[in-house]
Design a protein around this ligand. Structure first.
Ligand SMILES: Nc1ncnc2c1ncn2[C@@H]1O[C@H](COP(=O)(O)OP(=O)(O)OP(=O)(O)O)[C@@H](O)[C@H]1O
Ligand SMILES: [Mg+2]
Length: 131
C-alpha cells in the first residue's frame, strides 16, 4: 500500500510544554484518518508539524516517500533544504482551526489565492476549481 504520510516518534516542545511525546502516524493513499483527543492534547500541533508551520524537536516525517526531516545522531530534527521543504509542504493542505481568511476577499478569492500565487495555476482554472 502506497503511503502518503509517515510520521515516526515525533517530539514537539513549546518551552516547558511537551505537546507531542513520541507520536507516530502512517497514512495510506485514499485513507481517511481521524485524530481525536481532548483539548490541548496536540491534534493541531501534529497537523502543523506536517507542513512545517511548527518545527519538530525530533522524529521523522516522510511525505509521498520523500523525507521532510529526520533525527540526527544527537537526537535533533534535521530538515531538508528549504526548497525541498517548500515543495513537499505544497503537496499538503490543512484547514485552520481559526479560518484565517482574508476578510476583504470573497470565499472564492480566498480559496483560489494560494493556487494562483504559489502554484501559478492560471486564474480562470483556479477560480473554476474553487467553485
Ligand atoms: N505556539 C504555542 N506556544 C506554546 N504552547 C503551545 C503553542 N501551540 C500549542 N501549545 C500547547 O501545546 C499543547 C497542544 O495544543 P494543541 O493546540 O495542539 O491542542 P489541540 O489538541 O489541537 O486542542 P483543541 O482541541 O483545543 O484544538 C497545549 O498545551 C497548548 O497550550
Ligand atoms: Mg486544535
Amino acid at each position: 500500500m502506497e503511503k502518503v504520510l509517515q510520521m515516526t516518534d515525533i517530539v514537539k516542545h513549546f518551552k516547558n510544554v511537551e505537546a507531542l511525546r513520541g507520536v507516530s502516524l502512517s497514512v495510506n493513499r485514499g485513507e481517511t484518518v481521524a485524530i481525536i483527543g481532548p483539548s490541548g492534547s496536540g491534534k493541531s500541533t501534529l497537523l502543523r508539524c506536517i507542513n512545517r508551520l511548527e518545527k519538530i524537536n525530533s522524529g521523522t516525517i516522510i511525505i509521498n516517500d520523500e523525507e521532510l526531516c529526520h533525527t540526527d545522531s544527537h537526537g535533533k530534527a534535521v530538515y531538508q533544504p528549504e526548497k525541498t521543504v517548500r515543495r513537499l509542504c505544497s503537496e499538503t493542505g490543512m484547514v485552520f482551526q481559526h479560518f484565517n481568511l482574508f476578510p476583504h476577499m470573497t470565499c472564492l478569492k480566498n480559496v483560489s489565492y494560494g493556487p494562483i500565487k504559489v502554484k501559478k495555476v492560471p486564474k480562470e482554472e483556479a477560480l473554476e476549481d474553487g467553485l
